[in-house]
Design a binder for this molecule. Structure first.
Ligand SMILES: Nc1ncnc2c1ncn2[C@@H]1O[C@H](COP(=O)(O)OP(=O)(O)OC[C@H]2O[C@@H]([n+]3cccc(C(=O)O)c3)[C@H](O)[C@@H]2O)[C@@H](O)[C@H]1O
Ligand SMILES: Nc1ncnc2c1ncn2[C@@H]1O[C@H](COP(=O)(O)OP(=O)(O)OP(=O)(O)O)[C@@H](O)[C@H]1O
Ligand SMILES: [Mg+2]
Length: 273
């Protein structure tokens, strides 16, 4: 990881724990729920949540494409954080019902149905418990649009959303998360054998450098290519992915008719505080 992305991980973890706790209290909620996949993002978020609140609920939602190692890693992670209340719900029957009612066979579309089924379950439990749904997206995934819109992207807060995947690994190392979880290749596991780096066509290590130089240092693709050793076309492809997926980072467009359109620049009148 490039030097510029190194942070004081002790400070970052304390800061995130405090922000999560403050947010839950300010929202008037009693706790937080998270989906645990056995991957690094949800493991790290669970670790932070356990310090932020006494009330954490964890959902394991495997499907036929979930590797058995991921289920083992999820259970190990539950142990590491002292076995908070949790439930395991296999989503295959729900997904099959949607597949049979729609006749859809495309693995990407079915994968996105899986992510949205998990979101539906998380919100059902959140409302039952008066908890918030805590998202696990990191800065790399958010910028690249590497998540399912209203699936794993459908959450209330994103505590690690300002950390690139390589920073997520560093923070997880600092917090002593299980080695196997830190070292395994990132995967949404939406279909068998899927890995994030293969689908994205680049390693997260390199993608993070490109994202940092392009979007935080505003450097041109040619200069970023020289600095990172990644060919210029790949740099341009990454920039294009970020642009193409802008819609996933925004609230849905409302077409303006009145003087007071409820858009992203909408503000409360002063008298309402
Ligand atoms: N310009 C635009 N303005 C407004 N909306 C627009 C739009 N372009 C597309 N859309 C909408 O967005 C939809 C496409 O987005 P979406 O449904 O998300 O689908 P899509 O981006 O095609 O697929 C999700 C991607 O994220 C990956 N993923 C998913 C889940 C988890 C993880 C992970 O890392 O764990 C990764 C997955 O492997 C796949 O590559 C379109 O069908 C359309 O409805
Ligand atoms: N089998 C599952 N059970 C419960 N939640 C899941 C499952 N699969 C995915 N999720 C939820 O969807 C999120 C997005 O998946 P994603 O693969 O990006 O994260 P991860 O597995 O935690 O880390 P990585 O990106 O390194 O694989 C997960 O963090 C988790 O909250
Ligand atoms: Mg994963």
């Amino acid at each position: 990881m490039i030097r510029e992305l190194e942070l004081d991980w002790g400070f970052v973890s304390k800061y995130l724990v405090k922000r999560i706790g403050d947010y839950i209290r300010a929202a008037g909620k009693d706790g937080a729920i998270v989906g645990l996949s056995g991957g690094i993002d949800s493991s790290l978020v669970l670790r932070l949540l356990r310090e932020a609140t006494d009330n954490v609920f964890v959902l394991l939602m495997p499907s036929e494409s979930t590797p058995k190692e991921d289920i083992e890693d999820s259970k190990e992670m539950l142990n590491v954080v002292g076995n908070p209340p949790h439930e395991e719900i296999n989503i295959d029957d729900v997904v099959s019902t949607i597949v049979s009612k729609t006749g859809i066979h495309d693995r990407l579309i079915i994968g996105n149905i899986k992510a949205r089924t998990r979101m539906t379950l998380l919100y059902a439990y959140a409302q039952k418990l008066n908890y918030l749904v805590v998202g696990t997206g990191d800065k790399s995934e958010i910028l690249l649009g590497y998540f399912t819109k209203y699936g794993d992207g459908g959450v209330d807060i994103l505590p690690i959303g300002d950390l690139y995947k390589s920073q997520v690994r560093r923070l997880s190392l600092y917090l002593n998360l299980p080695k196997r979880i830190i070292e395994k290749p990132s995967s949404p596991a939406l279909w068998k054998g899927q890995t994030a780096e293969e689908e994205l066509g680049i390693s997260y290590e390199k993608a993070d450098e490109i994202l940092y130089y392009c979007f935080e240092k505003f450097m041109e693709p040619e200069a970023v290519s020289k600095l990172t050793g990644v060919d210029e076309n790949t740099v341009k492809r990454i920039v294009k992915l970020v642009k193409m997926n802008e819609h996933k980072r925004r609230t849905p467009e409302i077409f303006k008719i009145s003087e007071r359109t409820v858009g992203s620049d909408w503000r409360y009148p002063r008298i309402w505080g």
